[in-house]
Design a protein around this ligand. Structure first.
Ligand SMILES: C[S@@+](CC[C@H](N)C(=O)[O-])C[C@H]1O[C@@H](n2cnc3c(N)ncnc32)[C@H](O)[C@@H]1O
Length: 262
């Protein structure tokens, strides 16, 4: 087996097909996670302006009526799988962020330290109404101690005035590859991981989808553990690892982003 194949095999072992509630004592330094939106989302809706043929099935959505309870469970998962000085970054679309905010504020054992906003390019050909294009990121810590590095290596800190309120990152669409609905872009995760963790730290995502958190953690020399109920997430994860490790993915990303700006 070639060196690259061995590396990918080892990295795939860090992604388990598992319910988030079944994780215990992972002992992570940082949780980065992006729960389902509670909007009957399938990832194949026409307004998502992408070739649905490549989008994998199996995404597990949460119903609106159960949303509060699921978020409560997620907070428990985060708390019991973080180190005593660990911290978490929880993504939220706009529809149900009030529920996340409310649950986080009332939760014992994690403290809300602030919110970050990710602004992104969404459905730019959407003509009928303005497309909402902000994600909220809830930043929570387990104690009064946490890791925070003042500078990252993305444009966020290298150009202009960096601030941790607004993160402006484009989605890095890939062509002719299996796609995961809602996959987070590389540079956004790079920015967060560099600010909120150190090399060698363990990063955990119990709702990993495509496993993009793990892909970026690997290239930034962090360890990672991933889980999702959808085994197709792991199919996309393998394709992403192959793209970045064997197919010059970083150069391809640059070319695609230049094309997107035109
Ligand atoms: C918004 S997506 C995460 C996308 C991911 N951040 C990425 O970059 O690809 C939410 C994920 O949660 C998964 N999920 C929903 N309920 C789950 C549960 N109880 N346990 C594990 N995964 C679950 C869904 O299958 C979906 O992949």
């Amino acid at each position: 087996m070639s060196g690259e194949k061995m590396i990918i095999k080892k990295l795939l072992e860090k992604f388990e097909i598992k319910d988030m509630n079944d994780w215990n004592n992972v002992n992570a330094d940082l949780v980065i996670t992006d729960p389902p939106f509670g909007i009957e989302f399938s990832g194949k809706n026409g307004n998502y302006h992408r070739n649905a043929e490549y989008v994998v099935d199996g995404y597990v959505e949460w119903g609106v009526s159960e949303y509060g309870q699921k978020i409560q469970q997620l907070l428990e998962v985060i708390k019991r799988n973080l180190k005593s000085n660990g911290q978490g970054l929880i993504f939220s679309g706009w529809n149900n962020s009030n529920i996340i905010h409310d649950r986080v504020m009332r939760f014992k054992g994690l403290t809300l330290r602030g919110k970050l906003y990710w602004t992104y390019n969404f459905a730019p050909t959407c003509k009928k109404r303005p497309a909402h294009n902000v994600y909220e990121i809830f930043w929570v810590t387990k104690s009064d101690k946490w890791v925070y590095n003042t500078r990252c290596t993305t444009h966020h800190c290298q150009r202009g005035e960096p601030n941790l309120t607004t993160l402006n990152f484009k989605r890095d669409y890939k062509v002719k590859m299996p796609k995961y609905p809602t996959r987070l872009p590389f540079k956004l995760l790079q920015c967060l991981i560099e600010h909120f963790s150190n090399k060698g730290d363990l990063i955990f995502d119990p709702l990993a989808g495509s496993g993009m958190v793990g892909v970026v953690a690997y290239f930034l020399k962090r360890d990672f553990i991933l889980g999702d109920l959808n085994s197709n997430g792991k199919v996309v994860f393998e394709a992403l690892l192959d793209y970045y490790i064997n197919k010059n993915g970083f150069v391809q990303d640059k070319k695609l982003l230049t094309w997107w700006k035109k």
